[in-house]
Design a protein around this ligand. Structure first.
Ligand code: SF4
Length: 399
């Protein structure tokens, strides 16, 4: 017996015969019978041994479910471990291990990697962050006023409100930072469902007017917010046209970071929880009582349905608001940080632009007058500045 994902709750009484599905699996059991017998025999043999078998941890440790021995077999790896390259597959890991290579520093330059992995490898080996020359174009797509938005959700097994199915995602909180123009002060708004009544209408009703009619709406991993908006449009059809407009304005920061930035401390991950400590260490989530989305959902449930007293509820509510506000604030600061990386000021010529060195494929400081990085790189030749010979002369003097 299992929950039926197709069942739609009408908001009044659960129809148990539809909420649950009963499936006959006798034929599957029959098919597995001989396999299971052999498997159990093998497992008893293994349990008879003095020592556990030597198994190399891999994908099987977390898929389809996280193994109960995960922490025992998967001790934390050093930052330079080969498994910390973005998207590296088990086969490549096994191949490197068979060559006696465990550290990214030992990977030879001709080892076959995708562009992204090769770049990450180079960043770690040179201890240098990388910013693509494409980054500037991507950031130019942002249209002001810019809205930084994030949704917090839970997905209850038993549908709670009308039109919901088992495991449907229920949004309960959003923070919003608004910046009217580049460099302008931020305005912050937030919504947090305070009771166990259906939060969906208030959620969307309070959000829509704040997003007005134009400007980019920055999110991190657009699919998630877009799907939640689509759910809301299905549940509350009168908002569907407005939600459709909002979905069109979503601007995803994740693919920009994934394709145009790498930092040795990302350790192969592009999640905000990995990107922020590397690029904005002053905005770490460390020490926050609520520091991730799963905890946020659990805390919200415990405020509404737990046995907490008033003071504890207030503390956790504040922790939820602090976490959520942090999630959008870090996006604001991340965009600023990426712009700074492109416009790092050089001590010899204010206003130099940071570009990608075509030789080292790492970010270097170059002059934004001529756009020719090789002429003004600290590591390469220094030519005459075509637009401003004085600046070029100062470059030569200083280096
Ligand atoms: S964590 Fe589990 S699946 Fe992974 S190697 Fe250890 S016992 Fe096997």
């Amino acid at each position: 017996m299992h929950l039926n994902r197709e069942y739609v709750y009408d908001g009044r009484a659960y129809v148990l015969s539809q909420l649950f599905s009963i499936e006959t699996v006798d034929h599957l059991i029959d098919e597995l019978d001989t396999e299971i017998e052999a498997q159990i025999r093998t497992e008893f043999q293994m349990l008879d041994q003095e020592e556990p078998p030597e198994i190399v941890p891999g994908r099987q440790c977390a898929k389809p479910v996280v193994c109960e021995f995960f922490d025992r077999c998967n001790a934390p790896k050093p930052m330079d471990h080969i498994s910390n390259l973005p998207g590296i597959r088990d086969r490549a890991i096994q191949k490197l291990l068979s060559l006696g290579i465990e550290s990214i520093y030992e990977i030879p330059p001709d080892f076959p990697f995708s562009d992204r992995m090769r770049r990450a490898c180079t960043c770690v080996q040179r201890a240098t962050p990388w910013f693509s020359s494409e980054l500037a174009h991507k950031l130019e797509e942002l249209r002001y006023p810019v809205y930084f938005m994030d949704f917090e959700t839970v997905n209850p097994a038993i549908p709670r409100f009308a039109e919901m199915r088992p495991f449907d995602v229920l949004p309960f909180q959003w923070p919003l930072h608004i910046q009217e123009s580049r460099g302008a002060n931020l305005r912050h708004f937030e919504f947090l469902a305070a009771t166990d009544a259906d939060p969906r209408r208030n959620f969307v009703e309070q959000l829509c007017p704040l997003l007005r009619e134009s400007g980019s709406i920055v999110v991190y991993h657009k699919t998630f917010e877009s799907e939640r908006l689509a759910d809301l449009a299905g549940w509350i059809p009168e908002f569907a046209p407005r939600i459709d407009q909002i979905q069109r304005r979503l601007w995803d920061l994740l693919p920009v970071v994934r394709s145009s930035v790498y930092h040795p401390e990302f350790e192969g991950s592009f999640s905000l929880k990995a990107v922020i400590p590397a690029l904005l260490p002053e905005l770490s989530y460390e020490g926050m009582e609520v520091a991730d989305g799963t905890t946020a959902g659990r805390v919200w449930e415990s405020i509404l349905h737990g046995s907490l007293e008033g003071a504890d509820k207030t503390r956790l509510r504040d922790a939820l608001l602090a976490y959520c506000g942090q999630d959008t604030l870090v996006m604001v600061r991340l965009v600023e940080r990426l712009r700074e990386a492109l416009l790092e000021t050089c001590d010899c010529c204010n206003g130099h632009a940071r570009q990608v060195c075509p030789i080292l494929n790492v970010a270097e400081i170059g002059c934004n007058h001529c756009q020719r990085i090789e002429q003004y790189s600290r590591r390469h030749k220094y030519g005459v500045h075509p637009a401003d010979p004085d600046v070029a002369q100062r470059d030569v003097d200083l280096y």
